[in-house]
Design a protein around this ligand. Structure first.
Ligand code: GUN
Length: 281
């Protein structure tokens, strides 16, 4: 049986550490505040936003919720972000994605002040990650690095294959693995002989967005497999991009769904909120 990488336990450990840091800041008279903006009522977004608010409450961060109508104009949203950028009592600004089709996501992300960009999506945050300077890092890939490190998995010198090239996961994941001295390959929908590529991986990060696509034929014996996907199967069970039972029979370590990468994303958002105070000082 492989080692199961317990994201729930690791994220709880991180949240306990952050709770202490927040308490230390409070003792210095500093209250950390996250502004969370949701436009419309997408049910999945509402669940994510609810979980973020709960995490804030748990570790002692104040959260300000802005629940805007689906019909909110781009200008209205940009204006709210402008106000929050100016507010000294707001440390982090998060706009839940996706946004309604009439709003330009890139424009909204670029409007957030880089010192408050706790999602790490602003072009400046992506740039600082790329050249190894201080700045916010996208929460899901940053959480995966924590999962690997806290599970005692060495990255330096390893063959790392990332499947997926999104701005939120695939690209920052590749940059972070490179920063940790991994040898990194990014595979995607146009990659030829995907199995040949993924079978080279000592560490395989899967963010393809297709339920149970990755079977043991894609995985080298003894690899570490990280599953970023989350899908609802028939019968309401959750599953990832990896066929867990099948891959578990060949790999050394694997993240479950749920309870793997998911909880880490929120823990890293809380980490970024705590760090935002330093970046703003
Ligand atoms: N939608 C899906 N994932 C995310 C995320 O990490 N941050 C935001 N803001 N929206 C998302």
């Amino acid at each position: 049986m492989p080692m199961v990488i317990d994201g729930k336990a690791i994220s709880t450990q991180m949240k306990e550490e952050l709770k202490q840091k927040v308490a230390d800041r409070k003792a210095q008279g500093i209250e950390i505040t996250l502004a969370v903006i949701q436009v419309g009522k997408d049910p999945a977004s509402s669940v994510y936003v609810g979980n973020k608010k709960k995490a804030c409450e748990y570790i002692g961060i104040r959260s300000l919720a802005f629940e805007l109508e689906e019909e909110t104009t781009e200008q209205e949203l940009l204006s709210l972000i402008g106000q929050l950028n100016e507010r000294a009592d707001v440390n982090g600004i998060l706009v839940q994605l996706p946004l309604p089709a009439h709003i330009d996501e890139d424009k909204v992300i670029a409007a957030i002040h880089p010192a408050k960009d706790v999602d790490g999506f602003h072009p400046q945050s992506v740039g600082t990650l790329c050249i190894g300077q201080p700045g916010f890092v996208s929460c899901t890939p940053a959480g995966i690095i924590q999962l690997l490190k806290r599970s005692g998995i060495e990255i330096a010198g390893k063959e790392c294959v990332v499947i997926g090239r999104s701005n939120i996961v695939g690209k920052p994941m590749a940059l972070l693995l490179l920063r940790e001295n991994g040898t990194v390959t990014v595979a995607h929908s146009r990659t030829r002989d995907l199995k040949e590529v993924t079978k080279r991986a000592d560490i395989l990060i899967v963010a393809v967005g297709k339920p149970k696509m990755i079977t043991k034929e894609y995985v080298k014996q003894g690899a570490v497999v990280i599953d970023v996907g989350i899908h609802r199967e028939e019968g309401n069970r959750l599953c990832g991009d990896v066929d867990y039972e099948d891959v578990a029979s060949v790999c050394h370590a694997i993240t479950p769904v749920p309870g793997g990468v998911g909880p880490m994303t929120i823990a890293m958002l809380m980490h970024n909120c705590v760090e935002s105070v330093k970046l703003q000082e």
